[in-house]
Design a protein around this ligand. Structure first.
Ligand code: ATP
Ligand code: MG
Length: 459
């Protein structure tokens, strides 16, 4: 009899064919979804309305990974959610089979390879790297040593114009009270080596644009990591007359998406100098604020974008002095939900609701520029559905999508590591990529810079 170790048991798991090696499971229990490269046998299985990722691996490793993922989930870090470890499996001849680790399938997540195709623009690659760096900094900040940092051990979700990265493979990781500089350095070195290999691999498969050099790309990891780490943890010293710099620091951290839970402020006995250092910072500044106001739980940059729209709504409806929670409720109903409701059900699998809303806002902005008047939201949604959404590939990858989109026919849909049936096919057309591929298109900064958007749209 198999044994289930689980904090959130799902009785639907019990009747599954545990006496078969995962590689031999019948297709009726599996879901074909895109997936990254892995050494172990990994399959997606459907249980009722849930989809889980199942990975077959030795007991010690399965239990370790399960516990690490549980710790991450308790610490609210971006990682896949552990569901169970199934041990004591025996095959039909009574011989032992390796345990299976089950995690919840991360909806709307993309393995990095599905974001690469020939001609993918530099900005996209940079944003992917940024997302990985933010993930690494967040993990290090809570004392988590990843040990096997790589693109294929992360999953990416669209997050407004950026990506949000999630940890998917915690087999080699360790958790400590805090990490030493040497430990962080260790992870960074592994990141550099692994990503260099992954970029070279993409290059040799002609999936990396010729203008991108693997060595330059991996160099960016360290630069960005160091910049973010020192902003989060660095000491700042200034004269006693510059007290506003304390607030500046907090605001800078907020705009990077972090809340300061504890800031150490030391003053020289004569008050001439002040020294500040953030001691505890929590990611998710905008996510938390939006959740508090509207109950929507979205990614950090999506939250930032939605909050901006909420502010605009408040100004447009002349409610600057009204209670924020009341206005938020109105905005949720009249703007956000009205857009989501307008999307035909068969197209909802293409983007998560917050991402849809963000893309409709972008669409409306460009349309308003072109037409020289403010296009109403209801018209913008219809235009977006017609001009953009219908042409996008499905990204939902949830319980109701059984097969990958037709344009990506895998040799064996249940084992994507075997590759595509026809590797020469055209990549799917993504108008968001296409609109920005012009060589002289100005690179947009990481925050919503209306001036830059205006310049770009005027081309
Ligand atoms: N919960 C999940 N949601 C979505 N995709 C997942 C999930 N778990 C695993 N995957 C997919 O399966 C792939 C392989 O998983 P994982 O990295 O854990 O396997 P592995 O064999 O341990 O890898 P490695 O070769 O690095 O040891 C991931 O890249 C990811 O694409
Ligand atoms: Mg892996």
């Amino acid at each position: 009899m198999p044994r289930f170790l689980s904090a959130t048991p799902d009785s639907g798991l019990i009747p599954l064919p545990w006496s078969l090696p995962l590689a031999d499971w019948p297709e009726s229990d599996l879901v074909a979804l895109p997936r990254g490269i892995s050494r172990h046998v990994v399959r997606f299985i459907r249980v009722g309305t849930s989809v889980y990722a199942a990975k077959e691996l030795i007991e010690h490793a399965a239990l370790h990974e399960y516990r690490m993922l549980q710790d991450l989930s308790r610490l609210d870090a971006p990682a896949v959610e552990p569901i169970a470890v199934v041990t004591c499996r025996l095959d039909a001849d009574g011989l032992p089979l390796d345990p299976v680790l089950l995690t919840r399938h991360l909806e709307f997540s993309l393995p990095y390879r599905s974001l690469f195709y020939s001609g993918v623009r530099q900005e996209t690659v940079s944003r992917l790297l940024d997302a990985l760096v933010v993930l690494l900094v967040r993990l290090h900040n809570i004392g988590f040593l990843w040990g096997d940092v790589s693109l294929s051990n992360a999953l990416f979700r669209r997050d407004a114009g950026q990506f949000a990265a999630y940890l998917v493979d915690a087999e080699t990781s360790e958790i400590h009270d805090r990490l030493s500089d040497g430990q962080r350095e260790h992870d960074l070195e592994i990141a550099t080596t692994n990503l260099f290999g992954e970029f070279c691999d993409l290059e040799s498969g002609r999936l990396l644009d010729a203008s991108l050099d693997p060595a330059d790309l991996v160099e960016q990891i360290r630069t960005r990591y160091d910049a973010l780490w020192s902003e989060l943890t660095g000491v700042e010293e200034f004269g006693g007359g510059e007290l506003h710099r304390i607030e500046n620091r907090v605001r800078r951290l907020n705009s990077l998406g972090f809340d300061v839970a504890e800031l150490e402020v030391t003053t020289a006995p004569d008050g001439s100098t002040i020294r500040i250092q953030p001691k505890v910072v929590d990611a998710g500044h905008h996510t938390r604020r939006l959740l508090r106001l509207t109950g929507l739980d979205v990614e950090e940059n999506q939250a930032r974008r939605l909050l901006n729209d909420l502010d605009t709504f408040r100004a447009r409806t002349g409610q600057q002095h009204a209670d924020e929670a009341v206005v938020a409720h109105q905005w949720l109903h009249e703007c956000f939900e009205s857009v989501v409701r307008a999307i035909p059900p068969e197209l909802r699998g293409k983007r998560d609701p917050a991402q849809l809303f963000h893309e409709v806002l972008d669409y409306r902005w460009y349309a308003s520029q072109r037409l020289n008047y403010e296009v109403p939201l209801s018209d913008a949604v219809q235009g977006y559905i017609h001009d953009v959404l219908r042409g996008l590939p499905d990204e939902v990858m949830s319980a109701d999508v059984a097969m990958p989109p037709e344009e990506a026919q895998l040799l064996n849909p249940f084992d994507p590591s075997q590759g595509f049936a026809d590797d020469d096919e055209e990549p799917p057309f993504d108008p968001w990529e296409a609109s920005a591929t012009s060589p002289d298109a100005e690179l947009l900064p990481d925050y919503l810079d209306i001036e830059a958007l205006r310049r770009r749209s005027q081309g």
